[in-house]
Design a protein around this ligand. Structure first.
Ligand code: R5P
Length: 284
């Protein structure tokens, strides 16, 4: 098997190849002066099962994925597996208002034109994957998060809202801890309100778990509510650190004790690796 690393996920792709003992091939991706994507795989052939590791966010990375699919097929790939650590557009999984596109379905339709298997990690809505005609699998980062926090003295695991409680439960169960949720109301794309915490967190070391941090609004409001309720320390772990605009500065400047995310998106806070869970899936 050959692992091809796209520009969004080079470190993760290298880690996967070294964990599995597979050949690693780096796609050389640059931009033309007008911003269009150029990529090339400097191999004579890829006469093997090929895994492309590349995010489909932001838009430039999606285009690179399309180009890589074509390039590896032309080089003779026997099968193509797409590992999409962070699947863009998964949040627009239906038409909320008349006249909108069903964005997630558009992405699966186009990505599915030339691949045999798709692997994602904590995709926002798992049902999106059912639009793929090929086989697909969404992996859960809870195991990697729990492994990281197993000796960090956490007392309680929380999700920011009821909708995300399954993820908090998964992490808590693995750590043998209790879990609960806060009450979040989204006011706008960047503003959220978290109701005063009714959960007993006084004097406790709390871990908030979410699937993604975008503006940081959710986590900052959650941390405020937990401090007010007397939490001793507040750590945050998310799968996807999207961190738009100055989110990292806002978060590191807040009252949080630690902020970590997985390396589905590679950045300065992505210290929890999902390579072991993806490697297991690829072996299977
Ligand atoms: C919402 O459904 C997600 O699970 C996250 O809580 C949300 O996307 C975080 O966004 P932000 O960091 O902008 O509050």
């Amino acid at each position: 098997m050959i692992i091809v690393g796209g520009s969004s996920s080079r470190d993760l792709a290298k880690e996967l190849a070294s964990t599995l003992g597979y050949t690693y091939v780096q796609a050389a991706t640059t931009r033309f002066p007008d911003g269009e994507c150029y990529t090339r795989i400097d191999n004579k052939e890829l006469n093997d099962d090929v895994v492309i590791v590349q995010n489909t966010y932001p838009d430039g990375n999606l285009i690179e994925m399309f180009l890589l699919q074509d390039a590896v097929r032309r080089l003779g790939a026997k099968t193509i597996t797409l590992v999409i650590p962070y699947f863009g557009y998964a949040r627009q999984d239906r038409v909320f208002k008349l006249g909108e596109p069903e964005s997630a379905r558009v992405m699966t339709r186009h990505l599915g034109l030339d691949c045999d298997h798709v692997i994602t990690v904590d995709i926002h809505k798992e049902s999106v994957l059912d639009y793929f005609k090929c086989s697909h699998q969404d992996l859960k980062a809870a195991g990697a998060i729990a492994e990281y926090f197993k000796d960090k003295g956490i007392d309680l695991v929380l999700s920011p809202d009821l909708g995300a409680i399954g993820r908090a439960k998964d992490v808590a169960d693995r750590l043998g801890l209790k879990y609960d949720h806060l009450q979040k109301t989204r006011l706008s794309g960047s503003d959220v309100q978290i109701a005063p915490a009714v959960v007993d967190c006084k004097g406790k070391n709390v871990l908030i778990v979410d699937d993604m941090i975008s503006t940081g609004g959710t986590i900052i409001a959650a941390a405020h509510a937990l401090r007010e309720a007397g939490a001793e320390s507040i750590s945050v772990a998310c799968t996807h650190g999207v961190f738009v605009s100055n989110a990292i500065e806002r978060l590191t400047g807040s009252s949080l004790d630690s902020i970590l995310c997985c390396n589905t998106l590679e950045n300065e806070l992505s210290h929890i690796s999902v390579a072991p869970i993806i490697a297991e899936a690829l072996k299977r």
